[in-house]
Design a protein around this ligand. Structure first.
Ligand SMILES: CC(C)(COP(=O)(O)OP(=O)(O)OC[C@H]1O[C@@H](n2cnc3c(N)ncnc32)[C@H](O)[C@@H]1OP(=O)(O)O)[C@@H](O)C(=O)NCCC(=O)NCCS
Length: 144
């Protein structure tokens, strides 16, 4: 599977994929992706127009900001490949750990992250909305 770096010029493509995967109130628009991709340490990888991951690295810590795969292309390993490549990218750039938040009801994503090696480190109550909690997860990249 070919994954390529996505830049500001891909903001509309990322927004279109995001809209296939999140409800209207939670989907991010192209302006949001453009703004995020201008920030130092933020990068995106995409699998054509079928999926992408957006992540950020600050010194030795990295974070997955969002991940989406078009419903028509799910369960083909795209999400796993995006997460594995993002982990390898930040690890090669000196990150010692990668973090993320995921809705505690989002079983598909939690299975994916757990199978990629992330472990639960806590619960952020009401993170998305009242009653919608997030699991915080961490993947160590410290290879001492
Ligand atoms: C979560 C998401 C990115 C997974 O993408 P995907 O390309 O379908 O994932 P993969 O095919 O790489 O799946 C890898 C593994 O994750 C787990 N998994 C993925 N989807 C699953 C599901 N619906 N139910 C249970 N496990 C699932 C499985 O262990 C799977 O391995 P397997 O297919 O060999 O059993 C996709 O469902 C999505 O875009 N969801 C909506 C947006 C979202 O929730 N993003 C994450 C927010 S933090």
């Amino acid at each position: 599977m070919k994954l390529i770096a996505a830049g500001r010029e891909d903001a509309a493509t990322l927004a279109a994929i995001h809209a296939t995967s999140f409800p209207p109130g939670a989907a991010w628009d192209a302006d949001t992706f453009e703004t995020l991709l201008e920030l130092d340490g933020t990068f995106a990888l995409r699998a054509g127009e079928r999926g992408f991951i957006l992540a950020r690295q600050t010194l030795d810590e990295a974070e997955i900001l969002t991940l989406a795969v078009d419903p028509a292309a799910r369960r083909e390993g795209i999400g796993a490949a995006l997460v594995a490549t993002a982990l390898a990218t930040v690890g090669a750039a000196g990150a010692k750990a990668m973090f993320l938040e995921v809705a505690e009801a989002n079983e598909a994503a939690i299975y994916l992250y757990a199978s990629a090696g992330f472990t639960k480190i806590g619960l952020r109550r009401d993170y998305y909305a009242p009653g919608m909690h997030a699991l915080a997860m961490r993947h160590s990249l410290d290879i001492k």
